[in-house]
Design a protein around this ligand. Structure first.
Ligand SMILES: N[C@@H](CCC(=O)N[C@@H](CS)C(=O)NCC(=O)O)C(=O)O
Length: 227
């Protein structure tokens, strides 16, 4: 298996964590600067990372971090990270859809300007609006983050330690990874979120810390360039 990643990316991070935690043999390829090359586009017309390549897949390639993690868990029987029970699995799926559909779009609008990443077409940040208007829109996205974050606390995590219950699931890998980008804007993470990330670090050890170090190092670098 070949996993194409961008090392500073919190979209690549959860898959990198799962691969390590589950001890899945694979080659990790840094796709920085190559995602729009003719070779890459021939495999992945969406020019996305993370992107898994394996001959087991009909089209040879799979993108979308959550779909990759679901596939790997299904293929390798990793019920520890993706429970087989339909009701438990549905909550993991819901958390991941809610993250990519609701939390992440707000988070990208709030953090991408600080990270130097391009915004998406149609957003104020990617338009020819004035810097003040762009900052107003960015701030609105930052303020709107509080609600979905609270949904993760009150509903998905609830009285458990993790979304997965007593141990981390693939939804936890996706959620903890996503929180990492908030350091780019010095977002005041609620205390529960700080201890949640600490619990993830403790539960997954090097499998989390090593790839998370790439994201953290990138954020530190970006911040140091602004001083
Ligand atoms: N929803 C996707 C988002 C993936 C994504 O946005 N990947 C970006 C990096 S953060 C990418 O590969 N961009 C490269 C490009 O568009 O050329 C996921 O969870 O995997």
């Amino acid at each position: 298996m070949k996993l194409n990643v961008l090392k500073p990316s919190v979209n690549s991070l959860p898959v990198r964590v799962l691969m390590r935690a589950a001890g899945l043999a694979h080659e990790e390829v840094d796709a920085w600067g190559h995602t729009r090359s003719p070779e890459y586009l021939a495999k992945c017309p969406a020019h996305m990372t993370p992107m898994l390549e394996t001959s087991d897949l009909a089209m040879g390639a799979l993108w979308e971090s959550c779909a990759i993690m679901q596939y790997l868990c299904n293929k390798h029987g990793l019920t520890k990270y993706y429970p087989a029970d339909p009701a438990k699995r549905a909550v993991i799926d819901s958390a991941m859809f809610y993250l990519t559909g609701t939390l992440y779009p707000l988070l990208s609008r709030a953090t991408y300007p600080a990270l130097g990443f391009p915004g998406y077409a149609g957003e104020v940040g990617a338009s020819d609006a004035s810097p003040a208007e762009k900052e107003k829109a960015r701030k609105a996205a930052e303020e709107a983050l509080a609600e979905p974050l609270e949904v993760f606390r009150s509903f998905y995590i609830g009285s458990d330690k993790f979304i997965g219950g007593a141990t981390p699931s693939i939804a936890d890998m996706r959620f903890a990874a996503t929180l990492e980008f908030l350091a780019a804007i010095d977002y005041k993470l609620p205390a529960w979120a700080k201890s949640y990330v600490a619990d993830m670090e403790k539960a997954l050890g090097k499998a989390y810390m090593e790839p998370a170090g790439d994201v953290r190092g990138f954020i530190q670098y970006v911040k140091s360039q602004k001083k």
